[in-house]
Every structure is written in C-alpha cells, then in structure tokens.
Design a binder for this molecule. Sequence first.
Ligand code: NAD
Length: 491
Amino acid sequence: MSIQILPNYIGKQWVHPTTVNQVDVVNPATTEVISRIPLSSESDVDRAVQSAAQAFQSWRETPATDRIQYLFSLKQLLEEHLDQIARTITIECGKTLAESKGELRRAIENVEVACGIPILMQGYNSEDIASGIDETMIRQPVGVCAAITPFNFPAMIAFWFMPYAIACGNTFVIKPSEKVPQTTQQIIQLLDQTELPEGVVNLVHGGQGAAEALIDHPQVKAISFVGSTEVARQVYARSTANGKRAQCQGGAKNPIIVLPDADLEMTSQITADSAFGCAGQRCLAASIAVTVAEAKGPFTEAIAQQAVSRVVGSGLNETVQMGPVITVESKMRIENLIQSGVSAGANLLVDGRQTRIDGFEDGYFVRPTILENVDPGSEIASTEIFGPVLSLIHVETVDDAIQLVNSGRYGNMACLFTSSGAAARQFRYQAQVGNIGINLGVAAPMAFFPFSGWRDSFFGDMHGQGRDAVEFFTQKKVVVERWFSGWSRKF
Ligand code: NAD
C-alpha cells in the first residue's frame, strides 16, 4: 500500500511543498507507518503567511456576526464526524477511543465559546471624561497569528487558539506536531467545507524549521505555542525578541496531595485516572502523589491495586483503558527515568517496563508504574516523565505537602484530596500553580476559563481559551473624541 504524503493547506488549496525532506507518521500501537509529512521549508511557510496576510483585510472587515457563522458550521461538522476524527486521534496518538472523544468534546466547547465573540470582543466607553469629550476602547484584530502545537492533544490544543483568533478577525496559520498531523488535516478538511474564505486559515506541516520560520516571519504578529518547557522558553524568547506577542505553554510535573480524611477509595481511582490516563501523556497528569500522615498505608495499597488492574493495549479496543506512549524514544526515556528512580533509592512497587501486548508486540507500551519512598531531591521527583509513572512521597503535615508543591520548577496543576474545607482553602490560597483541583485529578479548565499554568509551565501573560484568548487575539485602541456643535454648549 502506498503511503500518503499529507499536503499543506494554503489559500484554500491543498499544495505539496517543494521540499524533499519528509518524516514518517507512525501508529504507536502497531509501529506501522501510516502517512508521511513534508518538512516545510521557509519558502513554504512564507507562502502560507502571504496567503493569510492577503486574506486579512477583507476578513477583518467581515462583521463578527458573519465570521462566527463559519464556526457554527464547523461545530456541526465536528459533531457529525466525531467518531471518525476520534479514530484518527487514536491511531496516530495512541490514546483510547473514549479519551479521543473526550478530547474532541473539549475542542468543540472552544468553538462554542468563540461563537460568543460579538459580545466577548466588545470594548468599553466613558461619556464626558471631560466636558463634551467621550472616550472609547475598541478591540481590533492583531493580523496574521500562528500556532505551533504538541503531539498529545492533536485536536484540542489547536482549538485553544484557532476559533478565537479567526472570530476576532485575524487570519491564521497552524503547524501541528509532526508526530500527529492527520487529525489537523481532517479538521482543516471540515473547515474547508464551511466555505471559510480563502487564506483565513492555513496549515503547514513540518518540525522545528517550519516553526522557526513562523516565529521569524515579519508578517506573523502573534505566536501561540504549546509543548515542552525548554522549547516553550526558546519560542517565547525568540518571538518576543522579534516583536511579536507570544503565549507559550510548557511542561509540567503535577503533584496531588492526599490527606488522611479523604475518601481513599475514590482518591486512588481518580489519581489512577489522572496518572495513567492518556498513558500519562497529559500536561495535567498526576506525576507525584504526596501522602500526609496516616493516608500513606491505605492509599499506597489502593493505588497499587489500581495500577496493576489497568487494562493496557491498542486504544481502538473498547475494553482497553490505556494505550501506548508516542514513540520508541519516549518509551526508552520513561524506562530510563524509572531506573534512575530505583538507583536513587526508590522502591519499585509496580513495574511497568518490558511490557509486551499480544498482537502488538512491537508497540510502544509501558504499563502503569509506581515508585514509593521517592526522594524529593531525586531526578525522578523533578523531571517531567510524560509517561504512566507515579512517584509516591510521604510527609507529615499539610504545610510540608504545600511546601513540596511550591518547591518544584513547574506550576501547571496541583490537586488536594480531603474532606476539610479549611485544608482546601489553605491549599487553594497557598499553592503556586495555575490550575487547582480539589478532590479532582485532572483540573482542566472549561473553555470559558483560561487554561492557566505558572512558573516554568508558562511563558507570557495571556493563556489559551476564554477571555484570555480574546485579549491575546485583539489589540486595544482608545479613541478620545470631541464634536463641536450648538446643541450642548459652546466650546
Ligand atoms: P515539543 O516541545 O517536542 O514539540 C511541540 C511543538 O514544537 C511541535 O510542533 C514541534 O514540531 C515544535 N518544535 C520542536 N522543537 C522546536 C524548536 N526548537 N523551536 C520551535 N518549535 C519546535 O513537545 P511535544 O513532545 O510535542 O509535547 C509534549 C510536551 O507538551 C510536554 O512537555 C507537555 O507537558 C507539554 N504540554 C503542555 C501543555 C500545557 O498546557 N502546559 C499542554 C499539552 C502539552
């Protein structure tokens, strides 16, 4: 069977770039090559940006009420093709079908919120700031905006940005992860069916080179990035040095705290879903569980049971609860980190290495893994693993647990399990992280809230989603006006 080479989408045309460099897209469960993408060159990226720049003027002059009609159509098409796109996500990314559908629901939710742009984009005004003088703030689009997205949510993350950007009157170029390009390809095919005008949204495939060409392009005014922290930091520095606005979401190492008064059965179940769901490849995955005082014994026993009983296999199999990790390099990195934890003195309570799944012997599977008595100063306690590995750390008080949360470099999410309102309030108040969960394992903000993140998990000011997205994709203009007339008073 011949392997399809995915084209770019530029100016409403599917075009094959001139570049000869290509990269394989691999199904992580089977290791089969399922398609190939071009590594778009600087001139390919320039073509996409020029198309977006040409479309900008007439798109920004299109009333917001008309612009959102394309999003209403897109929502409908996404609903109709939900199963088909979910299958694509599972095939190229590895997560289970239920997880893929859940991801798509989050994507659709962002389309729904962006349909509120006619009101969300409103400015404000004051009459008579001085005698006969009025002042108004209006929001205008920024211009050509670009997004560079990671592998782990092939559908959802593009939707933290794209619907808001175009609803606000910007034009857009997206470069998806080279590991999972097929999902974006399908979504753009649906967008094309909405009759969205030429050049409003463009797609370029590629890796670092294509991303850098977008970041350096003088006609791109804003960069939205999601990926690992080191890259996020570089992208933020380079984009802002180029005079662009930038929002760059990075990696994570999310702790959850378990107090003795928590419902330990529910807590272990929720924690397992957080740590092992999406094979731990979620920026909101629990990576460390901090047990406080006598929570240690019963929680350790319950979470170990959750880990060993998790059904691992191909995400297309409806009975499977956890799929593979994304690449062989990820599998090796995760297994090496587990070994480093053991070498640093942790006890390997559940070992998920050397996993072989019948019928998928070559797949990149790692079973749920639990390390206990992890040294808070060790490599495994501070490194983002991005795999189904949970480290257990024990402390005696809630103050010690919060201090541990605040001593890490990341600040994406932290959760507390308790039945004490006072402890919950203390935690919510003191934890230095952007997303907080109380008796929740994945505190993912709904589309009408910002997807937050602090410290090394985020570089910028405005996050994705909701009102932050409207702030990011518009620039404010303030008009002070006076009109000379006879009716009010003479000037
Ligand atoms: P990654 O950093 O390897 O790649 C992300 C994107 O950046 C890809 O499109 C890639 O082609 C591009 N890229 C790679 N190197 C680049 C460079 N030097 N300059 C410019 N662009 C470059 O990330 P990944 O492995 O695809 O995704 C996993 C990471 O994303 C994890 O660290 C995870 O925590 C993070 N993530 C964070 C959030 C969040 O909201 N904070 C959400 C999802 C994922």
